[in-house]
Design a protein around this ligand. Structure first.
Ligand SMILES: NC(=O)c1ccc[n+]([C@@H]2O[C@H](COP(=O)([O-])OP(=O)(O)OC[C@H]3O[C@@H](n4cnc5c(N)ncnc54)[C@H](O)[C@@H]3O)[C@@H](O)[C@H]2O)c1
Length: 481
C-alpha cells in the first residue's frame, strides 16, 4: 500500500489517508494530544515545559530518577526556564515525569531527546536512541507519532529506529505511515540565547512518509511559529549536521588566523573580524576562542565523518577544523605558562585562576568545555594551584593523566583572590564577571575571549589573536606585582 500522500499540516484530517492520522491531527488541533518527552535534559525539559505551558498534557520519561523526582517536585534546574512556569505546569498537573514507561501507551506524540555521544574511538553511540525506541516500541499503538530530536547521522531514523518500531508494529498488523508515524526534527535550542527561543526559531521536519512529515509538522506547529518540511528524515538529519559543521569550520578558520596574527604581530584578529563584519552581505562573524565545547559542535561532525568513511569518503573539512580547534586549549595553556615565566615564580609555586568553565557564556553546561582541557594541561605542566570562578557553575572535576579525576577548588572573584593569583585566564566571557575589577587587580591576564576590550587598563592583558607574540609582549608590559 502506498502510504505517501500529499497533504499539508492544515489538511491532514481531510485527505483520507487513514483514520489514525485523522484522529491524531484532530487531537493536536484541539490540544487533546498527550505529549511524551523521552530524555529530560537540556533539550527535552524545555520542550516538555513548552508543550505543557500551551495546555498539552505532557509526561517526561527519564532513566535518571533524581531528575524525575526534582521535576515532580516542581523544582527547575534549567537556567533558561522560568522557575515559576515549571512549578505552575507541574502543580496544575499538566507536566509530570516518570522513570517507568508504563504510561507510554497513553502518549500520542513522543519526542526522543536522548544523548548521542561518541564511543572512545569517536564512532557514533546510538545506544541511547535504541533503548529509548525499544521502550516506546513496547507500548506502540495505532495513532502514535514518534519524533527523534537527538542530533545524529543521516539514516538513523530509518535504519536504527524504524526496524525496532516496525517489529512491534507488525505484531499488531500496523504499518509505518498508515497506523503509526515516524519523523526526524532536529533541535535548534541555543542555551543562554534570550532572543531566539523555541517559539521563534524555525524548525525543520522530515518524516519517513509524507503523512509522517505532515503530522510531525502539525505537532511542531503547536509550539513553533515556522516549520520547514523536507522530503525525508535523512535530509533533516544531514541539515542539522551541516549547521554544526558550518560553525566548527568557521570557528577553526578564525582560530587559525588568530594564531597567525599573534605570530606576525601588529594585527588583531578581533579588529579584522569587526571590520569584515561591516559588510552587510556574504560575511558572518565568528570569533576565536580557547576551543570548542558543549554537547554538539565537538561531537556531531564526527557522526558524519564516521558515515563518510563507510562510503570510502574522507570529510577533510571536518578533520581539519577538528585539528585546529582541538589545538586551541594547548595554545592557551602555553600562553599561561609564558605569563608565569615573566614573573619571579616557579611553575610549581604558581597560582592560576581560571575564569569561566562553562563551554560558552551565560550557561552552566561544562560538557566538553575547553576549561577542562586547559586545566588538565596546566596540571600536566606542573601547576598544581589552580582554582576556578564561574557564576553559573558550582563544581568542576577534571580528568588526570592517571585516569582518575580531581575537584578544582571554586572561588569568588574578589580583589584579594585576584591579587593572590599569578595569572587569571579568561576562558568563558560570562556577562556577570566584574571585568573592571579583574583588570585592576589581577597580576596578569590571558584573555581567550576578548572580554577585556573595554577595560580601562589593559597593560596586564594578553589577548588571544590580539597580534602580540606572548613572550615579546610580556617583556614590554608590566605584570602587576
Ligand atoms: N544541549 C543542546 O544545546 C543541544 C542542542 C541541539 C541538539 N542537541 C542534541 O539533543 C540530544 C540531547 O541533548 P541534551 O543536551 O538534552 O542531553 P542531556 O544529557 O542534557 O539529556 C539527555 C537525557 O536523556 C536521559 N536518557 C538517556 N537515555 C534515556 C532513555 N533510554 N530513556 C529515557 N531517558 C534517557 C538522560 O538521563 C538525560 O537526562 C543530543 O543528541 C544533542 O546532541 C543538544
Amino acid at each position: 500500500m502506498d502510504t505517501r500522500a500529499s497533504t499539508t499540516a492544515e489538511s491532514v484530517s481531510e485527505n483520507g489517508v487513514g483514520p489514525s492520522v485523522q484522529r491524531l491531527a484532530a487531537k493536536l488541533r484541539q490540544k487533546q494530544a498527550r505529549i511524551g518527552v523521552v530524555g529530560l535534559g537540556y533539550v527535552g525539559l524545555p520542550l516538555a515545559v513548552e508543550f505543557a505551558d500551551r495546555g498539552f498534557q505532557t509526561v517526561g520519561f527519564d532513566v535518571d530518577s533524581e531528575c524525575v523526582e526534582r521535576l515532580n517536585d516542581g523544582d527547575n534546574w534549567n537556567e533558561d526556564l522560568d522557575d515559576d512556569t515549571v512549578r505552575r505546569v507541574v502543580e496544575a498537573g499538566t507536566l509530570s515525569a516518570n522513570t517507568s514507561f508504563e504510561q507510554a501507551g497513553d502518549v500520542d506524540v513522543f519526542f526522543v531527546c536522548v544523548p548521542t555521544p561518541l564511543t572512545e574511538h569517536k564512532d557514533p553511540d546510538t545506544s541511547y536512541i535504541e533503548s529509548a525506541t525499544e521502550s516506546i516500541a513496547e507500548h506502540l499503538r495505532p495513532g502514535q507519532l514518534v519524533v527523534l530530536k537527538s542530533t545524529t547521522y543521516p539514516g538513523t531514523t530509518e535504519e536504527v529506529m524504524r526496524p525496532i518500531l516496525d517489529e512491534a508494529a507488525e505484531e499488531q498488523d500496523m504499518e509505518c505511515g498508515r497506523d503509526y508515524f515516524l519523523a526526524f526534527s532536529p533541535e535548534r535550542i541555543d542555551p543562554g540565547n534570550d532572543e531566539y527561543t523555541t517559539a521563534n526559531t524555525p524548525i525543520v521536519v522530515g518524516g519517513v512518509t509524507d503523512t509522517g512529515t505532515q503530522v510531525a509538522e502539525l505537532a511542531m506547529k503547536q509550539i513553533v511559529e515556522q516549520v520547514h518540511t523536507v522530503d525525508s528524515p535523512k535530509v533533516a538529519e544531514m541539515e542539522k549536521l551541516l549547521e554544526n559543521i558550518f560553525r566548527s569550520v568557521n570557528i577553526a578558520l578564525v582560530n587559525e588566523l588568530a594564531q597567525l596574527c599573534d605570530r606576525m604581530g601588529g594585527v588583531s584578529m578581533w579588529d579584522v573580524i569587526d571590520a569584515a563584519a561591516t559588510k552587510p552581505f556574504g560575511f558572518m562573524p565568528f570569533y576565536p576562542g580557547p576551543g570548542l565545547g558543549g554537547h554538539c559542535i565537538p561531537v556531531d561532525p564526527h557522526y558524519l565523518s564516521w558515515l563518510a568513511r563507510r562510503h570510502d569518503f574522507e570529510t577533510s573539512f571536518i578533520t581539519l577544523s577538528a585539528q585546529v580547534n582541538e589545538q586551541m586549549p594547548f595554545y592557551v595553556a602555553d600562553a599561561v605558562v609564558e605569563a608565569i615565566a615573566e614573573q619571579p615564580t616557579r611553575l610549581q609555586d604558581a597560582k592560576v585562576l581560571v575564569l569561566g568553565v562553562a563551554f560558552k557564556k551565560n550557561v552552566d553546561d561544562t560538557r566538553h568545555s575547553p576549561a577542562r582541557t586547559v586545566t588538565r594541561l596546566l596540571r600536566e605542566k606542573g601547576i598544581e594551584q589552580i582554582r576556578f570562578a564561574d557564576p553559573h557553575v558550582e563544581k568542576l572535576s577534571v580528568d588526570t593523566k592517571k585516569g582518575d579525576s580531581i575537584e578544582v577548588p571554586r572561588v569568588e572573584v574578589t580583589e584579594d583572590v585576584l591579587e593572590d593569583h599569578d595569572v587569571a585566564v579568561l576562558l568563558t566571557d560570562h556577562d556577570d564577571f566584574p571585568y573592571e575589577t579583574i583588570s585592576n587587580h589581577a597580576t596578569a591576564i590571558i584573555d581567550a575571549r576578548n572580554g577585556f576590550e573595554d577595560a580601562a587598563d589593559e597593560n596586564n592583558v594578553w589577548l588571544l589573536g590580539g597580534g602580540e607574540n606572548g613572550t615579546e609582549s610580556w617583556e614590554s608590559r608590566q605584570v602587576k606585582s
